[in-house]
Design a protein around this ligand. Structure first.
Ligand SMILES: NC(=O)c1ccc[n+]([C@@H]2O[C@H](COP(=O)([O-])OP(=O)(O)OC[C@H]3O[C@@H](n4cnc5c(N)ncnc54)[C@H](OP(=O)(O)O)[C@@H]3O)[C@@H](O)[C@H]2O)c1
Length: 284
């Protein structure tokens, strides 16, 4: 018999994580199987969100690991009393209110928090065992990225459990908590930055006469193909970039024009700015 996992707040990110855990393939290894909950209680603020979770789960059919989902609203205390592990997925501004109501029942339980800006030490006002995660919306399709930082009190078994559950969002990277503000911008906000690039490249194609759909299709393939090439070749992006720069050719001309407009510096400064705002969230 497995354990119960309660998700406090199951909106955009919560549903992405719920989907990833619910649909995770069954492992042949009994030790890994034991890291999965037998029941997930999804808590939301009202019936609309709770119905959304029910519809989502119904659409998937049964879970490979036999996980049962109970979607509720308005009774966080009961849901936390019943569980062993909590995933905290409300908006950051609601964390204090939601967790203050749970002080008596959450103590001693493992809290896995996805709330931006909430530090491990702030969350330790509620329980000592805290794993802090920063992930992103592509997690909904299994192509997410998650940065994980654990408090010292999280046992090696609990680390294994968190890393296994979160691994299904896509790629997981364990880092010290000091890197979390940077990860909030690079990983959490990252899709928005890349979407800006996709939109810009797509519009450049349209401007020069390529129809929208074809322009988008080409842009996406260039992006995905380039990412895969960097990954598979193991070669530094700068080296690969110079390999496609024919002396006096089109690529170097395009790159130099982009530099004239400060594209590279704009991206670095933009990602840094996101991290500065993320750090402010933690000092509220
Ligand atoms: N979205 C992203 O790209 C992203 C990326 C990285 C990290 N995050 C982090 O993920 C967390 C959630 O963000 P989100 O975008 O998923 O927000 P969201 O879609 O608004 O989801 C939050 C959920 O919390 C529920 N909720 C509100 N009050 C509650 C209460 N008292 N008890 C239990 N549940 C309650 C809401 O339900 P009702 O609608 O019924 O009120 C809603 O479904 C945030 O802390 C954010 O920092 C998000």
């Amino acid at each position: 018999m497995g354990y119960t996992l309660t998700m406090l707040g199951c909106g955009v990110m919560g549903q992405a994580i719920l989907s990833a855990i619910y649909n995770a393939p069954k492992s042949e290894d009994a030790n890994i199987q034991s890291l999965y909950p037998s029941k997930i209680i999804a808590c939301n603020g009202d019936a609309t969100a709770a119905n959304q979770v029910n519809a989502l789960i119904k659409g998937y059919g049964s879970s490979p690991n036999g996980i049962v989902v109970d979607s509720t609203f308005g009774d966080n205390i009961k849901a936390v009393k019943e569980c062993d592990v909590v995933i905290l997925g409300t908006k950051p501004f609601l964390v204090e209110k939601v967790m203050n109501e749970l002080k008596e029942v959450v103590k001693g339980k493992l809290i896995i928090s996805i709330a931006a800006g909430w530090t491990i030490s702030q969350l330790q006002n509620y329980s000592n065992c805290v794993s802090r995660i920063m992930t992103n919306t592509p997690a909904k399709y299994g192509y997410g990225c998650a940065v994980i930082a654990h408090s010292e009190e999280v046992s090696s078994h609990e680390r294994e459990l968190v890393n296994e559950l979160i691994s299904h969002v896509g790629v997981c990277v364990e880092l010290p908590e000091k890197n979390m503000d940077a990860a909030t911008s690079l990983v959490g906000s990252g899709p928005a930055y890349v979407l800006l690039m996709i939109e810009s490249m797509m519009e450049s194609g349209i401007k020069m006469g390529i129809p929208l759909n074809e322009s988008l299709k080409c842009t996406l393939q260039v992006l995905e193909g380039t990412a895969k090439m960097v990954e598979r070749s193991g070669t530094h992006p700068g080296v690969l970039k110079h390999q496609v720069c024919t002396p006096g050719g089109t690529t170097i001309a395009g790159l130099c024009k982009m530099e004239e407009y400060g594209v590279k510096n704009g991206i670095i400064k933009g990602v840094e700015e996101g991290a500065i705002v993320a750090a402010r969230l933690g000092k509220k």
